[in-house]
Design a protein around this ligand. Sequence first.
Ligand SMILES: Cc1cc2nc3c(=O)[nH]c(=O)nc-3n(C[C@H](O)[C@H](O)[C@H](O)COP(=O)(O)O)c2cc1C
Length: 338
Amino acid sequence: MDLKSIREEARKKLKGYCRVCPVCDGRACAGEVPGMGGTGTGTAFRANLEALSRYRLNMRTIHNAKEVNTTCRLFGMDLDTPVLAAPMTGTTYNMGGALSEKEFISMIVSGSHRAGSIGLTGDGADPAMYDSGIEAVAAERGWGIPIIKPRAQQEIINRIRTAEKAGAAAVGVDIDGAGLVTMALKGQPVGPKTKEEIRELVSATELPFILKGIMTVDEAEIAAEAGCAAIVVSNHGGRILDHTPGAAEVLPAIVKAVGDKLTILADGGVRSGVDVIKLLALGADAVLVGRPLVVGAFGGGAEGVKLIIDQYTNELKQAMILTGTSSLSAISDKIIYK
Ligand SMILES: Cc1cc2nc3c(=O)[nH]c(=O)nc-3n(C[C@H](O)[C@H](O)[C@H](O)COP(=O)(O)O)c2cc1C
């Protein structure tokens, strides 16, 4: 199995939903939500890639960083790579249904584990979405992180309990899911949360609590004050609100404000190991990859997911050698060309 055959197979299986473009940049699929695109004009999806491409790297080759180390520790787990799988759901209405929710998420979670990483799982209007994620996490003996929609408080707490029973490493809420009308239409309302409500969720569990979908400094500060262990700086792949900035644009200011208080993950538009090193240089502790892993799963199953994470990790290693950074902690904004 190689990347070419994975992409060819994925193109067949995702027909009508994802064109498996040479670069997954949100142009061809603009407005396709449900589907794989960004919402509205697709600008917010594209902004993620544009923001990343605006940063340039200083190349350095006179140094002793001949061997590089991509290991990191997150939520008490030792990982071989800072490239994690983003939570994704909706295999029928977003991805065309060639895989069931259960098949898809088990490929994501086990493929990530095989790559020395960890997969996040999502939540949606159909209970099968969250439950399939939980089953996949349990099958990997807790090696996964369920992310719950911003439902009513008790609904979230019930799902936190299921995550705890599955032995999950951490748990979280994609607070930006507050904008999903599809959930309300299916009788499962979601909405924004107050700081007190977030604090209540944080204290409902011993697990590290992650807030996904933070795009402003003030909300990152609220997450820290509410006791969250981590945030994901993310515009949900541009799928929630049109015309948001790219994650890489807002990340530096957020890191400056709360980088010493919280673990900071970031996602949106990561399409290579060079994109990974850029987000790490801007202050992320690890990154999530979304759509390219849908291609991996549909085109090559768990092994396809592993292959894509491995590729990004190998590209990251190469970029570390060429920027003179021997470990993730050595990666700083000094490698960004100003
Ligand atoms: C088809 C699809 C489904 C998604 N479902 C969820 C979800 O259930 N929960 C969630 O927190 N994020 C969800 N996301 C957002 C991703 O977790 C992630 O933030 C985003 O896809 C990252 O951008 P990228 O795809 O450009 O890498 C979804 C994204 C896509 C493309």
